[in-house]
Design a protein around this ligand. Structure first.
Ligand SMILES: Nc1ncnc2c1ncn2[C@@H]1O[C@H](COP(=O)(O)OP(=O)(O)OP(=O)(O)O)[C@@H](O)[C@H]1O
Length: 367
């Protein structure tokens, strides 16, 4: 991966008693959303706290966008209040006695005018909270509170945003309300984000890059699409295992409410999700194709109801329980996954390098 001076260099060792040690030496991209993913207790929050200076790693070296926040060898330690970062936790900790405007102004006061990169009106617009400015936190829904918390974090013009499960405390409806705002932030802001989550759905929608932690160690990191399609990683995602496709809307078949999306492996057709804004040709979209929705044939089937039949080749395959096989595919450079029965895998004689056709039934349009 690139080693631009704008990358985040995170080298940290944090010991919690005898049972847990976070021990990472990472270089992460200095832009976009890096999802920090892993099971409960693997060290996600500990990593974020180390970056924020709330925990002091020993040893530690933390460099963000060329600024050294900690370097034990050079005896550099910046306390939290001297680190230009924004932090958003599960529960938005707003000042209850201040209005939303008062909360935002409070965030802004911490930053000298000359260092402000994100204006308050811009942050308010990005999060769509203009109509809430006169309210007190008690008069906000959970989703609105989180949007205010994020706007407040942004108003400080952070060099890095740390988001620790910002949607975890919300019910499904509130999550669905807030996610599009995050997507907008991810698209429009240059500020890099470290986004801790347990949710594969959030990873699929928001992340450019994925860092997988296990027992305090980084087990893998890389661009999200490639990593989610890796068999060893997909296996741990059970029924949710699937691949991501980044493509461009080629045309819209209005009569059938179908999008035709061009990507490196060809064109894929998917149903326009009801209730979402109509896509335009040329628009970039991310699609999710779950492994359970992909079947394989050796010849392209005719007279099938399945719209998407893509030429691909088998990259590798692995047993997924006693009865199923998870198959990694390459469709013109785009990784895909298929889950088939072990019996079918044997009947087709699936093996690495073999050309196949991937029949894709369901495709979700994510953004
Ligand atoms: N202050 C502390 N003192 C002692 N142990 C701690 C402390 N904070 C965390 N731990 C332990 O360190 C390990 C990592 O905790 P951490 O909160 O970083 O995990 P996590 O991946 O964020 O988990 P979750 O997804 O459940 O929030 C856990 O075993 C936890 O019990």
């Amino acid at each position: 991966m690139s080693t631009s001076p704008d990358d985040l260099a995170l080298c940290a060792r944090v010991r919690h008693g005898a049972d847990f040690t976070l021990d990472v030496d990472l270089r992460l991209p200095g832009q976009g959303v890096t999802a920090v993913f892993g099971s409960s207790g693997c060290g996600k929050t500990t990593l974020l706290r180390a970056v924020a200076g709330l925990t002091r790693p020993a040893p530690g070296r933390i460099v963000v966008a060329g600024e050294v926040w900690q370097d034990d060898a050079a005896r550099i330690w910046r306390p939290t209040h001297q680190r230009p970062l924004g932090v958003v936790f599960q529960e938005a900790s707003l000042f209850e006695h201040l209005t939303v405007q008062g909360n935002l102004d409070f965030g802004l006061k911490r930053v000298p005018a000359a260092q402000r990169q994100v204006s308050l009106p811009h942050a308010v617009d990005l999060l769509g909270i203009g109509h809430l400015l006169g309210r007190r936190p008690a008069q906000l829904s959970g989703g609105e509170r989180q949007r205010v918390a994020i706007a407040r974090a942004l108003a400080t013009s952070p060099r890095l945003l740390l988001l620790d499960e910002p949607l975890a405390a919300l019910d499904a409806a509130r999550k669905a309300e807030v996610l599009p705002w995050f997507e907008r932030l991810a698209r429009e802001l240059r500020t890099p984000m470290l986004y801790v989550t347990h949710s594969l759905d959030e990873v699929a929608r928001l992340a450019d890059h994925l860092l997988l932690l296990k027992d305090g160690r980084a087990v893998a990191q890389g661009p999200v699409a490639g990593l989610l399609a890796r068999l060893d990683i997909a296996q741990s995602h059970g029924d949710a295992a699937g691949a991501l496709i980044d493509g461009v809307v080629e045309r819209i078949e209005a009569d059938y409410q179908l999008l035709h999306v061009r990507f490196a492996g060809g064109t894929i057709q998917c149903v326009h999700a009801p209730g979402t804004p109509l896509r335009q040709p040329g628009e970039r979209v991310r699609l999710r194709v779950q492994a359970r929705d992909v079947s394989l044939t050796l010849r392209a089937a005719q007279d099938t109801s399945i719209l998407n039949v893509l030429p691909a080749s088998v990259t590798s395959l692995v047993a997924d329980g006693p009865a199923q096989t998870l198959v990694a595919l390459d469709a013109g450079g785009t990784p895909l996954l298929a889950r088939v029965t072990r019996k079918s895998a044997d009947a087709l004689g699936l093996a690495p390098g073999q050309p196949v056709f991937a029949q894709i039934k369901g495709v979700a349009v994510l953004d």
